[in-house]
Design a protein around this ligand. Structure first.
Ligand code: C5P
Length: 218
C-alpha cells in the first residue's frame, strides 16, 4: 500500500521517542511507539507472575491482551482496560521488555499489532526493527543514535524529572547491557536498516534532530 511510513530506529535513550512524537505532530501523521507494545507485554507478563523465559505462556498472554493507545500530550496506554501508563517507563519494565523481545515467537505475535498502525495520512514508527522488519518498504528511514554515556545521562534526567529514583552508573550499565542484548539477538537485532539516514545526536539539540528528520520528508 502507499500510505507513507517514516521509521526511526535506534538504541534506547537516543531520543527516538521525543523526536518521533514531535515529527508526527508536525507532519500530522499517526505515531507508533513500538517499545511501549513490548513494555506493555512485559507488564502483563510480570503481573501474571510468569518466568521471563516461558515463551509459550508469554505468547499466550500476548495473543490475549488488548491494548489501547491514546496519544494526547502524554501517552495513555490501557492494558485489558486498566491504565498502565505510569508503569511503562520504569527500568524493571524496560529490562523485562528487552528479555522477552529476544524471542522470535513473541515478536511474531506482536508483528501484526504493529503493522495495523499504518493508516492515512501516514505513520511515524519508532523502535528497533521498524525499517528492517516491520515496515521494510517504508518510504523514509532514519537511524538515530548517541553515545552510551550521553544516552544514560538523558535517561537519568528523564527518570528524575518523573520523580522516579535513579542511579547514573547503574543506568549506564543497564543501557550497555540492553544494547548488547538488542543488537546481538538472533531475531530482528538492532541494525542500521538499508537506506536509512544515519543521525548521531550526541552533540545535537533535539530541535536540530527534529529539523533534519522533517527535512527528509518534506
Ligand atoms: O524503546 P524502548 O526502550 O521502549 O523498548 C523497550 C525494549 O523493547 C527494548 O529494549 C527492546 O528490547 C524492545 N523493542 C524491540 N523492538 C522494538 C521496540 C522495542 O525489540 N521495535
Amino acid at each position: 500500500n502507499d500510505i507513507p511510513v517514516l521509521t526511526i530506529d535506534g538504541p534506547s535513550g537516543a531520543g527516538k521517542g521525543t523526536v518521533s512524537r514531535a515529527v508526527s505532530k508536525i507532519l500530522g501523521w499517526h505515531y507508533l511507539d513500538s517499545g511501549s507494545i513490548y513494555r506493555s507485554l512485559a507488564v502483563a507478563v510480570l503481573d501474571a507472575g510468569l518466568d521471563l523465559n516461558d515463551v509459550a505462556k508469554i505468547c499466550a498472554v500476548a495473543e490475549a491482551m488488548s491494548l489501547e493507545f491514546e496519544c494526547g500530550d502524554e501517552l495513555v496506554v490501557r492494558l485489558n482496560g486498566g491504565d498502565i501508563s505510569g508503569r511503562l517507563a520504569t527500568e524493571t519494565t524496560g529490562n523485562a521488555a528487552s528479555i522477552i523481545a529476544a524471542y522470535p515467537e513473541v515478536r511474531a505475535v506482536l508483528l501484526q499489532k504493529q503493522k495495523d498502525f499504518q493508516r492515512l495520512p501516514g505513520l511515524v514508527a519508532d523502535g528497533r526493527d521498524m525499517g528492517s522488519v516491520v515496515f521494510p518498504e517504508a518510504k523514509y528511514k532514519v537511524y538515530l543514535t548517541a553515545s552510551a554515556e550521553e544516552r544514560a545521562l538523558r535517561r537519568y534526567k528523564q527518570l528524575i524529572e518523573k520523580g522516579i529514583d535513579a542511579n547514573l552508573p547503574q543506568i549506564t550499565r543497564e543501557i550497555e547491557e540492553r544494547d548488547r542484548r538488542d543488537s546481538q539477538r538472533a531475531s530482528a537485532p538492532l541494525t542500521v536498516p538499508e537506506g536509512a539516514h544515519y543521525i548521531d545526536s550526541s552533540s545535537l539539540s533535539i530541535q536540530q534532530v527534529i529539523d533534519q528528520v522533517v527535512n527528509l520528508v518534506e
